[in-house]
Design a protein around this ligand. Structure first.
Ligand SMILES: *Cc1c(COP(=O)(O)O)cnc(C)c1O
Length: 395
């Protein structure tokens, strides 16, 4: 407590779980009082390579002894290398680096508006978004996502967003106007409850955008960076965006975000239109490059896909055996949602008490987000823990 007020010294915006971790290795976390937990949260899809991956630790330590930060007023070797590699391994031709998912999405939104402005159509400045979306906590990103939990008490919101239901193509077509600049969507909703967009919807989105000269913006902050078994979730669908936001898994636990774009979509972002003090500094860029070193190794993503299939198979069998406890399982790769019939918060608490960490999400989902480096034995252990909890709750 602070000395003279009944408020904790830490702003109480999180209802924090009473666990303090002091150490992590691979898929495991240890508390200060020596308890061990199997981590199927990965810091909410951040620690894609698990805790303390040796290549990341070494890269961070080496870079920390050389150079942490210089301004973007100068060329930055590590940043140029990271940008080259993101471009070489994606649809994008250019990249802006920042420090978080919300900042990445802010850059995406600004870029879409600026594109039309630059072409002499400043009145095209509205962006279509989807119910259940999450794009971050800044004014623009909460305005984009809507949702009472995000926006209540923060009016006036930013104008320029038109929201439609998730997966309703007719409503989407009807929402397109002369003023539509872009369509912003998570190919798989994360916070909304691991809700994948059907392939036909993604194909339809691309076609709609092409027809109306609208920019298609993907928020892959949570579903990107190998999480689904492809480097980017949209690669499963063969549909590419014009602009895409990344963060979370990009730094493997080091804060970094990115806005990737085609040359055309980025054409309005000329000198001095945007910037960042910290974005892509040598420390962050070196670590993100090290994440790519591992994820781009031959076979890495194949293994993620195999582990994802294995997790999915086992989870489906569990749901089939325990229809009294679970309604369904959904997701792609190592981004799996279990929907219990009872409360997701209660289930997550019961699993935690049994040593398994999971993340609740919207639509009463419990998210399983293990590190991409998770082993089959660890998946077995997680599923056995869930099964034991089911039996105990049924008893
Ligand atoms: C987490 C998340 C964000 C926001 O990222 P921050 O780093 O918390 O700002 C944006 N979009 C999606 C899809 C996310 O999951």
């Amino acid at each position: 407590m602070s000395p003279n007020a009944a408020i904790p010294s830490l702003l109480p915006i999180y209802n924090r779980i009473d666990l303090v971790f002091e150490r992590g290795l691979g898929s495991w976390l240890w508390t200060t009082d020596g308890r061990r937990f199997l981590d199927f949260t990965s810091g909410i899809a951040v620690n894609g390579l698990g805790h303390c991956h040796p290549h990341l630790v070494k890269t961070l330590q080496d870079q920390a002894a050389k150079l942490w930060h210089v301004s973007n007023l100068f060329r930055i070797g590590e940043l140029e290398r990271l940008a080259d590699r993101l471009v070489a391994n994606s649809f994008a031709e250019t990249v802006f680096l920042c420090n978080s998912g919300a900042e990445a999405m802010e850059a995406c939104i600004k870029m879409a508006r600026r594109f039309h402005f630059h072409r002499g159509q400043p009145e095209r400045n509205r962006i279509i978004t989807f119910e259940g979306a999450f794009h971050g906590r800044t004014m623009a990103t909460i305005s984009a996502a809507g949702g009472t939990r995000l926006i209540e008490g923060f009016a006036p919101l930013l104008d320029g967003f038109d929201q439609v239901p998730f997966g309703d193509h007719e409503a989407l077509e009807a929402a397109v106007t002369e003023a539509t600049a872009g369509i912003l969507i998570e190919p798989i909703q994360g916070e909304g409850g691991i809700r994948p967009l059907p392939r036909v919807c993604l194909e339809g989105l691309r076609e709609l955008c092409d027809r109306h000269d609208i920019l298609l913006i993907f928020d892959e902050v949570q579903c990107g960076m190998g999480r689904t078994g492809q480097l980017f979730a949209h690669q499963h669908f063969g549909v590419t965006p014009d602009i895409m936001g990344l963060a979370k898994g990009l730094g493997g636990g080091f804060p970094i975000g990115a806005c990737l774009a085609t040359a055309r979509a980025a054409s309005g972002m000329t000198t001095s239109t945007h910037g960042s003090t910290f974005g892509g500094n040598p420390l962050a860029s070196a670590v993100a490059s090290a994440v790519l070193d591992v994820m781009l190794e031959a076979g890495f993503l194949d293994t993620v896909r195999a582990r994802g299939d294995y997790l999915r198979e086992r989870a489906e069998a569990l749901v089939a055996r325990h229809g009294e406890t679970f309604e369904l399982v959904r997701g792609t790769g190592l981004m799996v949602g279990l929907k219990p019939r009872g409360s997701n918060l209660e289930l997550a608490a019961a699993l935690r008490a049994a040593g398994l960490l999971t993340v609740p999400a919207g639509d009463n989902i419990v998210r399983l987000l293990p590190p991409l480096t998770v082993s089959e034995a660890e998946i077995d252990q997680a599923l056995e823990t869930i099964e034991t909890c089911c039996r105990e709750r049924a008893a």
